[in-house]
Design a binder for this molecule. Structure first.
Ligand SMILES: *[C@@H]1O[C@H](CO)[C@@H](O)[C@H](O)[C@H]1NC(C)=O
Ligand SMILES: *[C@@H]1O[C@H](CO)[C@@H](O)[C@H](O)[C@H]1NC(C)=O
Length: 476
């Protein structure tokens, strides 16, 4: 076990260099030290880090790109902090909002958000939930760092809020454990007030989120998910809470579900509503009056969904990447191919016994219903894909190792000539052995001709002798 963990760590530290965007704009030297404590270990592990910080940084590391939020530093330097030592909660909120909004406006940060693809966004919790938009438009995980003790607003983003009765809020902590009844009541009261405040604030946060991030999402060419989904992704809860099974439906990133005819879409919704399953549908626009078991999102983390144990079926266009992900995860396909390689992928999958193919038409919904009925009433497709998945995963080395290996091999051996196909060294007629055939034929023809000549000569001689004896006999 120890051995395998060590191998895993080795792979993690050498195999994958991730691109991580750290947005840590809190303008205070102590916060900045904390930020460095996050950035440095990432660099040390070999990752590429882009760090938005109010402070100037020089030559820290070759893999660090710094976006200097100079305006924020200057803004704070110009403020009379000392004169504001007894500021209240509202002032702090306004201050942090100014910082967070000003950060989102920074042209350098906007440029990388639009033009580059990161693997994760790390940001500091600074009372501005609209910052969920950074990770939402990158379509990557959002990692929050908090510099104050555990509190319900942070808790809400990763869990259910359940600390109110047991963990004192930051302003309500004098160290007594367990909390006295009075302190617990105060905890409850503060939490209530904070919720009221949040409720009043919600429309501002939502509109700030939309006004800042929808232009950036448009520039990246991705849909901006509704604020609630970006801020608190409930997919995990939906998947975990659906032991009866989940059907995942996505027509991929190029084909847009919203280009379905309205009557086709409505018929699909009606069909899904009649199923005893949870349906996750990648659909780019909000839909009014969704059945309670159907959930739409403009974007879905496909592989993470497919590998969830409750997923029973994947309705897909049958693109190769989707098909491979489904095979990897062991989920049967209901394929509705549209163009390109999709029809032949779907046919292959059907022939292999882990898919049913339905033709894409405006009136395809009865066929989809029949296919669902056929696939969900038996374990055949499920068992078949599990078997194929097992075979698919049985490899001597992971494909990612092979990519690295062959690219390095090609570079280091200057072209990997030693493993090229030897066929490339021959002329076409040599590959087909035409010259050989020609020689064989020539030899055969020559032999046959020679034999023929010899036979004729011999025959002629024998016959010639006979004729002579016959003519001699006649004369006698
Ligand atoms: C910088 O990143 C590259 C590629 O990710 C890596 O090979 C290199 O070792 C990194 N440099 C340092 C000093 O870690
Ligand atoms: C926030 O920004 C606004 C507009 O720039 C300014 O009027 C206000 O004083 C700032 N508030 C704080 C607390 O920095």
């Amino acid at each position: 076990m120890k051995g395998s963990i060590a191998v895993l760590m080795l792979c993690l530290s050498s195999g994958f260099a991730y691109k991580i965007l750290c947005i840590l704009p809190v303008p205070s030297k102590s916060h900045d030290h904390l930020s460095l404590g996050i950035v440095k270990p990432l660099l040390k592990a070999g990752h590429q880090v882009t760090w938005a910080t109010p402070y100037e940084k020089k030559n820290i590391h070759e893999n660090l790109t710094v976006i200097e939020l100079k305006e924020i530093r200057e803004f704070v330097e110009a403020m009379d902090i000392m004169g504001k030592s007894d500021v209240g909660f509202q002032y702090m909120k306004e201050f942090s909002r100014n910082i967070s909004i000003s950060t989102t406006q920074h042209p350098g940060l906007q440029k990388v958000l639009v033009e580059q693809q990161f693997d994760a966004v790390v940001s500091v919790w600074f009372m501005n939930e609209f910052e969920a938009g950074y990770a939402a438009i990158q379509q990557v995980p959002w990692i929050l760092v908090s510099s104050i003790s555990y509190h319900p607003f942070l808790e809400k983003q990763v869990d259910q809020v359940r600390s109110i009765s047991t963990v004192p809020l930051a302003f309500n902590d004098n160290g007594d454990r367990p909390m006295s009844t009075f302190r617990r009541f105060i905890n409850g009261l503060i939490y209530m007030l904070m919720n009221v405040d949040e409720w009043f604030d919600k429309s501002t946060i939502t509109s700030t989120y939309e006004s800042i991030f929808s232009p950036l999402a448009a520039k990246r060419g991705v849909p901006l998910p509704p604020f609630e989904d970006a801020y608190h992704n409930d997919l995990q809860e939906l998947l975990d809470g659906s032991p009866q099974g989940v059907i995942y439906f996505s027509m991929g990133s190029i084909l847009r579900s919203s280009s379905l005819k309205p009557h086709t879409r409505d018929a699909l919704l009606k069909l899904f509503a009649s199923l005893p399953f949870t349906v996750l549908w990648k659909f780019e626009e909000p839909i009014k009056d969704l059945p309670p078991n159907v959930h739409v999102r403009p974007w879905m983390p496909q592989l993470s969904i497919l590998v969830h144990k409750n997923v029973r079926l994947f309705i897909t266009h049958g693109g190769l990447l989707s098909t491979l992900e489904a095979v990897y995860a062991g989920v049967p396909l209901l394929a509705i191919p549209v163009f390109g390689d999709q029809p032949s992928n779907a046919e292959r999958a059907e022939l292999a016994g882990y898919a049913v193919k339905v033709a894409f038409r405006d009136d395809m919904v009865p066929d989809v219903a029949a296919a669902l009925q056929k696939m969900l009433s038996t374990d055949t497709y499920y068992n078949r894909v599990k078997q194929i998945s097992k075979t698919f995963r049985m490899r001597p080395v992971p494909p990612s190792d092979l990519v690295k290996f062959y690219i390095e091999l090609a570079i280091e051996t200057k072209g990997a000539y030693h493993i090229r196909s030897p066929a490339l060294e021959y002329k076409w007629y040599e590959r087909w052995m035409l010259d050989f055939v020609l020689v064989v034929v020539a030899v055969l023809v020559t032999l046959v001709t020679l034999i023929k000549l010899a036979v004729t000569a011999i025959l002629r001689r024998i016959l010639g002798k006979k004729q002579k004896t016959q003519s001699l006999k006649k004369r006698n």
